[in-house]
Design a protein around this ligand. Sequence first.
Ligand code: AKG
Ligand code: FE2
Length: 166
Amino acid sequence: MGHRSSFFKENCLPNTCYLRLNRYPPCPTAFGIHGLMPHTDSDFLTILHQDQVGGLQLVKDRKWIAVKPNPDALIINIGDLFQAWSNGVYKSVEHRVMTNPKLERFSMAYFLCPSNDTVIESCREPSIYRKFSFREYRKQVRDDVQKLGSKIGLPRFLTHEGSSNI
Ligand SMILES: O=C(O)CCC(=O)C(=O)O
Ligand SMILES: [Fe+2]
């Protein structure tokens, strides 16, 4: 896509990526409860493993669809940084987890993150996002969650060009 092929190798290092282990207890009392609220991941890519219980859903064509559980497969989710880096060609996927009334669920997510100083810059002109460091992105997300109660994410970094195209 016009980026250096060594970009990930140089910027996403073992100590900048992380693994999250998720446990969702059964939720017998109510139907349609979020185990994890709708969100996009603030990284480049997430490699996800879910067990056989199911509950992961993603937005496709503006509708929530369930991801069929397959413990033998890994799911690769595109994150916000990949969207910015590709100038919006690849979209960060919105996803959520619904709880199961009877079964406990486990998942494992590996987040491919760069170092805080890494500058995320789009490969094409005109760029729809201004360039930003991962540190700046994380701070903006943290500040928005604190002040507004939810993440705004990439729309905060739209350029004039990007704003007039959405
Ligand atoms: O548990 C899952 O399937 C999804 C986990 C997830 O989206 C996350 O940890 O960001
Ligand atoms: Fe996620």
